[in-house]
Write a protein that binds this ligand. Structure first.
Ligand SMILES: Cc1cc2nc3c(=O)[nH]c(=O)nc-3n(C[C@H](O)[C@H](O)[C@H](O)COP(=O)(O)OP(=O)(O)OC[C@H]3O[C@@H](n4cnc5c(N)ncnc54)[C@H](O)[C@@H]3O)c2cc1C
Length: 385
């Protein structure tokens, strides 16, 4: 399956060539290692470097920073192909998000310093908003960054951080003014390799996404230079987050689509091969109807996602549309994984069948990037004005 369709506006010959490179790279370098990553709970650094070398992470980064100067359609291609090969370990989605924070809000120095290293895979990025006491209500975070001479003193902890076990660069949501809610939030770039007072917790044991090193991060009076503030002034963090969240939400829908295409392809092979009552499982009307329903939902998602990517490329993707893609994409993904698993019977519950992992990995898509309840709230607000 392909992410694009012949009527897709944003997808041109360059995306086509890029998609072929990405597909080949994943088939050669990722597919054979997925089980190892899952087993060890982290993606090896040499894989990040190989992905950088192959040009996977620079598609939407200007050439002056080591990228190839395209739009986010190139990132969409990578994320879709990653979903379609059945990998949920490599935290490229977050890497892309971090890249776009720095591209959009970074100073010249921050861009020149960080972007080439993020594109090459020398630096692994993380975005840390959630805390043990608060996830959805970002305005009430407790991590503080207090000015002290030419430094911030950062204190607090962050919970559930994707790539947290290995991240070299953390885009950290802090309060530079605890008396304020949204207006008190500032984003700070933390170089974990040289920050005294920074510590990681161990990898968190999760229901799915076993190959990603999701971790808790601790800051104990950690010293960070004032020049690491993202953006020109303090207090802009919440607005920066809100403006970048549509990409985080759309990319969840893109990976959902890739995983749904894979699940359908594999389930189809299975029900054609497996027999009961002297016929193929495929021949039962229930199977045919279930597959027809799932195929229809997948194609509808593909059209919507492609429309959202076109809008994003033209800077027209609204927060509510991105929320619709995230909410409906992740919910449909979970329905499809559930129905596909059922068609495998008992084998679907066995971890040696990829559908079991796809099922477990799908669940969190309805939670992170803003829960689906919050997506519905945002959509509702847009129609109640
Ligand atoms: C595997 C994984 C990876 C993650 N990666 C990251 C990451 O890289 N960076 C990061 O910052 N965070 C990350 N998160 C955190 C994730 O974004 C949060 O878990 C999510 O935003 C929900 O926050 P919470 O868990 O604190 O739930 P809570 O905010 O406590 O919500 C609990 C329940 O209440 C509901 N609820 C809350 N407020 C409302 C409301 N106003 N209206 C209706 N219902 C409401 C929620 O929808 C949810 O069902 C990750 C989480 C997981 C599980």
């Amino acid at each position: 399956m392909e992410l694009f369709t012949s009527t897709t506006a944003w997808f041109d010959d360059e995306h086509q060539l890029f998609a072929e490179v990405v597909k080949r790279f994943f088939a050669d370098q990722l597919a054979p290692r997925i089980d190892d990553f899952v087993e060890q709970g982290v993606v090896d650094r040499d894989f990040w470097l190989a992905a950088g070398e192959a040009g996977l992470m620079g598609g939407s980064v200007p050439e002056q920073y080591g990228g190839s100067g395209g739009g986010r359609g190139f990132d969409a291609v990578v994320l879709y192909e990653q979903g379609q090969i059945g990998d949920s370990s490599w935290g490229y989605g977050i890497q892309s998000i971090v890249i776009h924070y720095i591209l959009k809000y970074g100073t010249d120095e921050q861009r020149s310093n960080w972007l080439p290293q993020l594109v090459s895979g020398d630096v692994i990025g993380a975005l840390a908003m959630s805390e043990p006491g608060c996830g959805t209500d970002v305005q009430s975070i407790k991590t503080t960054a207090i000015k002290d001479g030419n430094q911030y003193r950062v204190s607090g902890s962050k919970m559930f951080i994707t790539n947290g076990g290995s991240a070299d660069l953390v885009v950290l949501a802090t309060k530079t003014d605890s008396a304020e809610r949204a207006k008190g939030v500032s984003l700070i770039l933390v170089d974990t390799r040289e920050t005294e007072g920074f510590r990681r917790g161990k990898n968190l044991a999760k229901l799915g996404l076993h190959g990603n090193d999701t971790a808790e991060l601790f800051f104990d009076n950690a010293k960070v230079p004032l020049t690491n503030l993202l953006g020109a002034e303090e207090g802009q963090g919440f607005y920066q987050l809100m403006r970048q969240l549509p990409w985080e939400r759309l990319l969840i829908a893109i990976t959902a689509l890739g995983a749904m295409d894979l699940a359908l392809e594999q389930t189809l092979d299975y029900v054609k091969a497996r027999r009961a009552f002297d016929q193929r499982i495929m021949d039962f009307q229930n199977t045919r109807f279930k597959l027809a329903e799932m195929k229809t939902k997948t194609e509808i998602l593909r059209s919507f996602v492609n429309d959202c990517i076109s809008r994003l490329e033209d800077d027209r993707l609204s927060a509510e549309r991105a929320s619709m893609a995230k909410y409906w994409g992740s919910e449909t993904q979970n329905e499809v994984m559930n129905e596909c698993l059922q068609l495998y019977g008992g084998y679907g519950y066995m971890m040696e069948y990829p559908i079991a992992r796809l099922y477990a990995d799908a669940r969190v898509q309805m939670i992170y990037g803003g829960t689906n309840e919050i997506m519905k709230e945002l959509i509702a607000r847009s129609i109640d004005d």
